[in-house]
Design a protein around this ligand. Structure first.
Ligand code: NAP
Ligand code: MG
Length: 453
């Protein structure tokens, strides 16, 4: 059994069966058998079932939000927002079955047409930071395109995924269309990657595990999408609205206690605005409410585990340039206070590695060209923000940054209808937006001769 721990209390909140290779194989077998009923289903019927699933999820928002808040240690308001987005994601992709268009292509001697065919069984492997939300980004478009799914949640946070499987059945998904196996990544995840009957793996997690998955997938030429780590820049120019940019910065890096692949954890500030910016940032950070995830007023919860807290603390050794430190409960729970290091050089370890906790680095820059080169001086390229009142500069910088998702005068970058994914070692493939369902299809080209050869 897996003992599921509540990070805010360090107490076991549930026991769930721990899957292994046998359970994965059984789930893949069930998913493979279910293809024969799911794949040929008329698109409108697949749409109806996915819409019904969205409806069931909507009825379960408060139950699922409670589970996620307790299991992942995230503020209940955030958890509710995530589950509401899960509902939106299923509603959005419920329309996709009827919109997977092919093309007709002018050729000689006949008619040429393309079809979007489902891949088959899709393996979905997700992390613990946004457990159900990230799962939905993959499961919904994969099912919409006519695939069946085996979902492996992170061992630390399996509860909402297991509920999704039940809710799917209640909504009328045929048996075997959506299967969930909770268990360790090194066993269950690895087996999904190696399984010859799995056509694609859609993965979100660390760059390190992503690399292992890419290697493992090579043996069967498995299709992959990889959403990996980040070390994103929040670029604040001196001509920006400093009030707004400083007020928005904490949520951009301390949201989900910094355990967010999109965290804008490098705050690049034009040197001439450094002092006034830091003053405002300090006010914003010290008013952050860190506490009980189930308290409606909480804005930040604990970290996911003792190990994660230790890893985060290693980025703030004695003598680190701690410029701002918020508060956090003393325990039990894996708490860590929001912390800002300033000034930091982009070559320091804290500025290079993904911390995945509430520690931000403030890095001063002299001008636009230095801002761009510092922002791009990383192996990652997931998200980022640009703050300036000069529209042309904002667009110049946006085009120059090597990153998949950007926001100008805003700190948000995730929307159901817009593509999400990384450059460089932040991964490949895109999720969300109008084209995500296509990433779960293969293009088939068919020529029909209308003239004798
Ligand atoms: P992780 O260690 O890479 O784990 C992610 C998932 O992969 C978990 O379900 C894990 O299982 C599984 N796994 C571990 N080893 C595996 C293997 N050898 N083969 C197959 N699967 C394996 O990541 P994490 O610690 O959960 O999450 C933190 C990381 O995720 C951060 O680096 C963060 O940037 C990244 N992330 C990226 C995005 C994005 O969209 N780009 C979003 C969120 C998080 P177990 O944990 O159960 O062992
Ligand atoms: Mg891990």
């Amino acid at each position: 059994m897996i003992s599921v721990v509540e990070p805010a209390t360090e107490e076991v909140m549930a026991q769930v069966p721990r899957g292994g290779v046998e359970e994965v194989d059984a789930a893949v077998g069930a998913a493979k058998r279910a293809l024969s009923s799911w794949r040929p289903l008329p698109p409108r019927e697949r749409s109806t079932l996915l819409q019904r699933l969205a409806g069931e999820l909507l009825r379960s928002v408060s139950e699922l939000a409670q589970l996620e808040a307790r299991n992942a240690g995230k503020p209940i308001r955030d958890a509710r927002g995530e589950i509401e987005m899960v509902v939106d994601v299923f509603s959005y992709y419920a329309a996709a079955p009827q919109r997977l268009f092919g093309q007709t292509i002018p050729v000689e001697g006949g008619v040429d047409m393309t079809f979007r065919e489902p891949l088959g069984v899709v393996g979905v492997i997700v992390p613990w930071n946004f457990p159900l939300l990230i799962a939905s980004w993959k499961v919904a478009p994969a099912l919409a395109a006519g695939n069946t799914v085996v979902l492996k949640p992170a061992e630390l946070t399996p509860l909402t995924a297991l509920r999704l499987e039940q809710i799917g059945l209640e909504a009328g998904l045929p048996e075997g269309v959506l299967n969930v196996v909770a268990g360790p990544g090194s066993v269950c995840g690895k087996r999904l990657v190696e399984h010859p009957d799995v056509a694609k793996v859609a993965f979100t997690g660390s760059t390190e595990v992503g690399r292992q998955i890419a290697q493992g997938a090579a043996a069967t030429i498995k299709r992959l999408t990889l959403e990996l780590g980040g070390k994103s820049a929040n670029v604040v120019f001196a001509d920006a609205d400093l009030e707004r940019s400083a007020a928005a910065a904490p949520a951009a890096v301390f949201g989900n206690a910094g355990q967010d692949c999109c965290a804008r954890s490098r705050i690049l500030v034009e040197r001439s605005a450094l002092e006034p910016f830091l003053e405002r940032l300090e006010a914003a950070v010290s008013s952050l409410r860190v506490g009980d995830p189930l308290d409606e007023a909480s804005e930040m919860g604990p970290l996911i585990s003792a190990g994660q807290r230790e890893a985060v603390a290693s980025f703030v050794p004695d003598g680190a340039p701690v410029a701002i430190r918020g508060t956090a409960p003393s325990g039990p729970g894996y708490w860590y206070p929001p912390t800002v290091l300033a000034p930091v050089s982009n070559s320091d370890r804290a500025a290079r590695e993904e911390i995945f906790g509430p520690v931000a680095c403030v890095i001063p820059f002299a001008d636009e060209s230095e801002a761009v080169s510092l922002a791009n001086d990383t192996i990652y390229g997931l998200s980022g923000s640009i703050w300036t009142s000069d529209g042309a500069k904002a667009l110049r910088v946006a085009r120059a940054l090597e990153t998949g998702v950007l926001s100008i005068n805003s700190n948000t970058s995730v929307r159901v209808g817009t593509p999400f994914g990384g450059f460089k070692q932040s991964g490949y493939g895109r999720e969300l937006g109008p084209d995500a369902a296509e990433q779960y299809t293969e293009t088939k080209n068919v020529f029909y001769a209308t003239q004798a050869a």
